[in-house]
Design a protein around this ligand. Structure first.
Ligand SMILES: NC(=O)C1=CN([C@@H]2O[C@H](COP(=O)(O)OP(=O)(O)OC[C@H]3O[C@@H](n4cnc5c(N)ncnc54)[C@H](OP(=O)(O)O)[C@@H]3O)[C@@H](O)[C@H]2O)C=CC1
Ligand SMILES: O=C(O)C1=N[C@H](C(=O)O)C[C@H](O)C1
Length: 264
């Protein structure tokens, strides 16, 4: 299959990322197969003639890969529709419950799935570095905290990226994030738990996405910061993942594999 022939569908094509995907798919020389919308009235500004569907099964039937930046509530139905059709899935939606994550993994037994909370190359590298920091800096002397800030419309917190960075730190420390996560501190919280990984979420204006991971000891502090200036970085990364996954067997993949990072 050549790049020209790859048919990419866009779930949530009327959304903030969905609209940018329209340009990025076309710029990459792929065929824009169509998109899903909940409400056709929100389709204003989308290219004339773009095939619009309200049902994922219909979009899956005309696509080789579907790129999906929508809402966690769609994930179980999308997983079923894509697996039944054999259409690969690039999934960027965040805020998934355990049940929704299980549905993604089940679909990945039948189709190629690239699932990432953040499709930028920069955050993919920050996660790798955060894992190294978790491994190298002892948890009893270096306190790990993750701060994120996003636009006022964002519906989930902490962000998927913040949680993914936290997972990377926990992996480096050889612990489960769920066992050490401290999020949303307020009131008489007591002192910081030993080895805790802390999260703070800020919301305001139209900030695209900012993440900071801090390791603070009694003697020093090391900080990694990522700032997305333009959401186009996510759309471009997702289109790159779509081209990558079309050649892959069924399986669950991440952005590390798309970028060709060595496994860790
Ligand atoms: N992995 C990554 O790199 C990134 C991930 N994201 C994540 O992507 C998702 C979308 O973000 P964003 O584009 O800003 O959000 P928007 O709200 O702008 O767009 C969401 C799209 O999904 C549709 N949608 C929402 N809820 C449902 C539903 N229950 N059923 C069907 N369709 C639905 C919306 O339709 P309608 O217009 O009708 O409401 C809209 O088209 C979020 O989870 C966000 O965190 C965002 C940026 C980068
Ligand atoms: O909702 C957003 O906007 C973003 N969501 C993702 C997340 O939850 O991490 C990625 C990015 O930061 C923008």
């Amino acid at each position: 299959m050549t790049d020209q022939m790859l048919r990419i569908g866009i779930a949530g094509v009327s959304g903030r990322v969905g609209r940018l995907l329209v340009d990025e798919v076309q710029a990459a020389g792929a065929v824009l197969a169509g998109g899903t919308v909940r409400d056709p009235a929100k389709a204003a500004g989308l290219p004339e003639g773009l095939a619009l569907f309200t049902d994922m099964a219909d979009l899956a039937a005309v696509s080789d890969v579907v790129i999906d930046f929508t809402h966690a509530d769609t994930v179980i139905a999308h997983a079923q529709a894509l697996a039944e059709q054999g259409t690969a899935w690039v999934l960027g939606t965040t805020g998934l419950s355990t049940e929704q994550q299980v549905a993604v993994l089940k679909a990945a037994k039948k189709i190629g799935v690239v699932h990432a909370a953040n499709f930028s190359a920069g955050v993919t590298l920050v996660r790798r570095l955060a894992q190294m920091m978790g491994q190298a800096l002892p948890a009893d002397s270096y306190d790990a905290e993750i701060v994120e800030m996003h636009h006022r419309q964002k519906v989930d917190a902490p962000s998927g990226t913040a949680l993914a960075i936290g997972e990377a730190v926990a992996k480096g420390r050889g612990v489960k994030l769920a066992d050490v996560k401290e999020s949303g501190r307020d009131g008489h919280t007591g002192p910081r738990g030993p080895g805790a990984i802390g999260f703070a979420a800020l919301r305001g204006g139209q900030i695209v996405g900012e993440h900071e991971v801090l390791f603070t000891s009694a003697d020093e502090q090391i900080t990694l910061t990522h700032r997305a200036f333009d959401r186009r970085v996510f759309a471009a990364g997702a289109v790159r993942a779509a081209h990558w996954v079309r050649e892959c067997p069924a399986g669950y993949y991440g952005m590390e594999e798309v970028l060709g990072l060595p496994p860790c």
